[in-house]
Design a binder for this molecule. Structure first.
Ligand code: PLP
Length: 452
């Protein structure tokens, strides 16, 4: 099997087919939006794909190209504005192929020092954007959910290690706009989540946080989670005042920048993140707004030793790794085996340079600003909430939830755009998440035109 001896397609031919497909996909302009198929449709068209004798590489590739791939939405389509899209640079996407072909184990320095070195330089760029000290460091994990969980596990371990006799901190404080993965992490950890009322701009503030922490007893909390760019609205909490309260009460300050952390690279919005330099841990998903393919979350700690203490797995067969003082990425998160998932991001950064990232993020902010202005200009539309970053939420005056759903279904059916409605305090609304530098102002105008 390793070499396809029983296949008519030689390894070299199959390699060419796979590379040609990948190259053509990357060169497509525009990419097709494509769309979901029903199970019955896929059963009818793809049929049974796993068979005792195998289909052969050529046939399996044809099946993917002609049946399976068109049944998957292109998350890099410029009019895919739902959830948080993913628009990798061509360099990053190409390098994913290289990572796959290279059989690198990136959990330890011993096995993957070259990859770990490069990943750490990419993490350093992010640490510098935050303003973290030279000792800061971390690891690329699959996504924000695992990043938040890993940071909270490190925070709890550290809080319990340093707690007064008889104390076992078990609570996390955050605000309503925090991502669902914070609740999920607390559920996994059997921790209690306290929700602090946001201010009138939707932000977690130090003042309200202090009241809640003092009321519940600061010694019962092991972490505060602030969000730098909430998923639904892009709101950035008042990080400076939250940091101050965390410092005053000795509580770990985690910042979830899974979506919005990328804005640190944009001078026009950098002031919104003031205070972030005090965080104890931070995440940003390069697979969201930093143009890396799935699955890539950068998790960074101010004091990596605390995370290592929480996450290092110990077993006889691992002694050779854990006894060394090397930087082993696996020691900084939940999980052991890891692919070098930060390398596609690193390759693109190394190829294009960080200034290109600043330009690209600023470009998406300009398009979001255009969307906001268009919404103000059109009398049937109304902006909801304040726009902090590149998420724009708005109301189509007079529409019911069913109207939003019908519109969203229709534009997807036409393979024109993918924009699902969101919900805020019981009201259905439209929402754009603009993280793709190839989304143009003309795309935005055309989608708004479709809402008349
Ligand atoms: C603010 C925030 N945190 C965490 C997550 C979870 O990230 P992931 O989907 O990569 O697990 C998201 C996802 O959208 C997010 O927007």
């Amino acid at each position: 099997m390793h070499g396809f001896p029983d296949d008519n397609t030689s390894l070299a031919e199959l390699a060419q087919i796979v590379l040609d497909y990948s190259k053509e996909r990357l060169e497509l302009d525009p990419v097709p939006l494509d769309g979901p198929r029903t199970l019955a449709q896929l059963e009818a068209t793809a049929g049974q794909t796993v068979t005792a004798a195998g289909l052969g590489g050529h046939a399996a590739m044809d099946l993917f190209a002609e049946v399976l791939a068109p049944a998957c939405l292109s998350v890099d389509h410029p009019r895919y504005l739902s959830f948080i899209p993913c628009a990798p640079t061509e360099a990053a996407a190409m390098f994913d192929l290289v990572v796959g072909a290279s059989s690198i184990y990136a959990g330890s320095w011993l096995e993957g020092s070259g990859a770990v070195y490069a990943e750490n330089q990419a993490l350093r760029w992010i640490s510098d954007l935050i303003g973290l000290p030279a000792e800061a460091g971390g690891v690329f994990v699959p996504g924000g959910t695992i990043g938040n969980l890993s940071a909270l596990v490190a925070a709890r371990t550290e809080a319990r290690r340093t707690a007064a006799e008889g104390q076992r901190p078990f609570r996390v404080a955050t605000t309503r706009g925090a991502h669902s993965s914070i609740q999920s992490a607390c559920d996994v950890m059997d921790a209690e989540l306290t929700t602090v009322e946001p201010d009138e701009r939707g932000r977690l503030t130090g003042e309200r946080l202090r009241e809640v922490l003092l009321e519940g007893g600061p010694e019962t909390y092991f972490a505060v989670v602030a969000t730098a760019g909430t998923t639904n609205f892009g709101i950035i909490d008042d990080l400076a005042s939250v940091a101050e309260v965390c410092r005053e009460l000795g509580i770990w300050f985690h910042v979830d920048g899974a979506y919005g952390g990328a804005g640190l690279a944009a001078p026009s919005v950098r002031h919104l993140y003031a205070g972030i330099e005090h965080c104890d841990s931070f995440i940003v998903d390069p697979h969201k707004w930093l143009f890396a393919p799935f699955d890539c979350c950068a998790l960074i700690y101010r004091n990596p030793a605390a995370a290592r203490n929480a996450h290092t797995q110990r077993a006889g067969y691992l002694d050779v790794l854990t006894a060394a003082t090397d930087w082993n990425p696996t020691d900084y998160s939940v999980g052991l085996t890891r692919r070098a998932r930060g390398l596609p991001f690193w390759f693109s950064l190394a190829t294009h340079g960080t200034e290109a990232y600043t330009t690209a993020v600023e470009g998406t902010l300009d398009v979001a600003s255009f969307a906001e202005a268009e919404i103000h200009r059109r009398e049937e539309l109304e902006l909801v909430g304040e726009r902090f970053l590149s998420v724009v939420v708005f109301r189509r005056i007079g529409w019911t939830a069913a109207d939003y759903a019908a519109w969203s279904d229709r534009i997807l059916e036409e393979e024109f755009a993918f924009v699902v409605p969101t919900n805020h305090e019981g009201e259905t609304l439209a929402r754009f998440a603009i993280v793709n530098p190839q989304t143009t102002t003309a795309d935005i105008a055309a989608i708004l035109d479709s809402m008349v």
